[in-house]
Write a protein that binds this ligand. Structure first.
Ligand SMILES: Cc1cc2nc3c(=O)[nH]c(=O)nc-3n(C[C@H](O)[C@H](O)[C@H](O)COP(=O)(O)O)c2cc1C
Length: 384
């Protein structure tokens, strides 16, 4: 116990006087465990669950008991928001057959049981709306699925293949318009399913990201070429989704802040995009990176995407989430204290320890109420 607390205390020392005053002497709430409000939605804290594909859907994209246990467990674990995995807006928007979807009423009804439980646990249920674009139609190991095994023709802004995958069909303008409506219909269904936050997945080299990046888009019409043209598909989806969901439902956009590749999308582009989205009803930018091309050169380390979040945050007035190798309570707190982000999203650390928020709260000398059935196990002021 002392070792863990000692490490946390040592970490607190590097946070500077501001946090030291707040935590060391007065023992007031940390930023990480203070509530956060977007529109009329208040999150109990700023430690949120990042979207994570589970490859555990039943037939036809229907979420299963696995999703209830997985996402429900995260909500029980104390996170402020629990985001689904990339949830496909149409069948061809899945990466593979084991991905969940939100393109029909059966899926919405199955999600409802899950959103209800997440809400009952005090977390806000969020859905990530996604289309895999040219990276879809693959097995879990990334091998293209042949038609006889349920494979389909992938789509993209241009007939440019992702390295090792088949050439996608270049979308016509009519098909682009239909896809914008498809995202809006999925958003409407998400509300029926009880989701209280909608995130548009515009990152990781999937369909929307393929429009944004010059490495995926060589169109010569109004959806390609200039920066504004490449952003048009996303801007249209944002407008359609915003119009499809209630006023009080926050809308997030996840982007890859950089392609980590020559001639690709840059952090500067991400800052420009943030300015472009200002005033369109986007409430939070969720800042990830990479995934556009296989030859990307990523430098990974603790909090490696936080500088991107900070840059986008400074570009406009839209709040941002930082994600990526955030695994320590003190580290997460410091990101917020330093103004690197407004909230943090955590992925793998919460797979390892779904109840990690309770431990993190103790390390930051903050309060996080345990669910009543587990109350006998709660930390009593320190970690045993
Ligand atoms: C198993 C797994 C599945 C993931 N699936 C998604 C996904 O569906 N959508 C998405 O935007 N990011 C996805 N990610 C990326 C995470 O949201 C997150 O950005 C990344 O794991 C870095 O955060 P971490 O270091 O806290 O795990 C996935 C990551 C993991 C580990």
């Amino acid at each position: 116990m002392q070792a863990i607390l000692g490490a946390a205390d040592a970490g607190l020392g590097i946070l500077g006087n501001k946090l030291h005053d707040r935590l060391g002497e007065t023992m007031t709430e940390s930023l990480l465990f203070s509530p956060y409000t977007l529109r009329s939605k208040t999150f109990r804290n700023r430690l949120w669950v990042a979207p994570m594909a589970q490859y555990a859907a039943g037939t036809d994209g229907v979420p299963t008991d696995w999703h209830l246990a997985h996402l429900g467990g995260m909500a029980r674990g104390g996170a402020g928001l629990v985001m689904t995995e990339a949830c496909a807006v149409e069948p061809a928007g899945r990466l593979g057959p084991a991905d969940t979807g939100i393109w029909n009423a059966e899926q919405a009804s199955a999600w409802k049981r899950i959103t209800r439980f997440i809400s009952d646990m005090g977390a806000v249920p969020a859905i990530q709306l996604a289309h895999s674009g040219r990276k879809g139609c693959v097995s879990r190991r990334g091998v293209p699925l042949p038609p006889e095994n349920g494979g389909w023709q992938t789509i993209a802004p241009s007939a440019l293949a992702y390295e090792g995958l088949p050439e996608p069909h270049a979308l016509t303008r009519t098909e682009i318009a239909a896809l914008v409506d498809t995202f809006a219909a999925a958003a409407r269904r998400s509300i029926d399913a009880g989701f209280e936050v909608v995130e548009i997945h515009a990152a990781h080299g999937y369909l929307i990201n393929e429009f944004l990046s010059p490495l995926g888009n060589d169109r010569t019409d109004e959806y390609g070429g200039s920066f504004e043209n490449r952003c048009r598909f996303l801007v249209e989806i944002v407008a359609a989704v915003r119009a499809a969901i209630p006023e009080d439902v926050p809308l997030f956009v996840r982007i890859s802040a950089t392609d980590w590749a020559e001639d690709g999308w840059t952090v500067h582009d991400s800052m420009e995009l943030c300015r472009l989205l200002d005033g369109t009803g986007v409430d939070l930018m969720d800042i990830s990176s990479g995934g556009m091309v296989a030859h990307q050169k990523i430098t990974v380390g603790p909090g490696y995407q936080v500088p991107f979040a900070r840059a986008v945050r400074s570009a406009g007035s839209i709040p941002v989430a930082a994600v990526g190798l955030i695994t320590e309570a003190v580290q997460a707190e410091q990101i917020l204290v330093d103004g690197g982000a407004d909230v943090v999203m955590v992925g793998r650390q919460l797979l390892r320890e779904p109840h990690w928020p309770y431990r993190a709260a103790v390390e930051l000398r903050s309060e996080l109420r345990w669910p009543a059935p587990y109350a006998t196990a709660r930390y009593r002021g320190s970690i045993p």
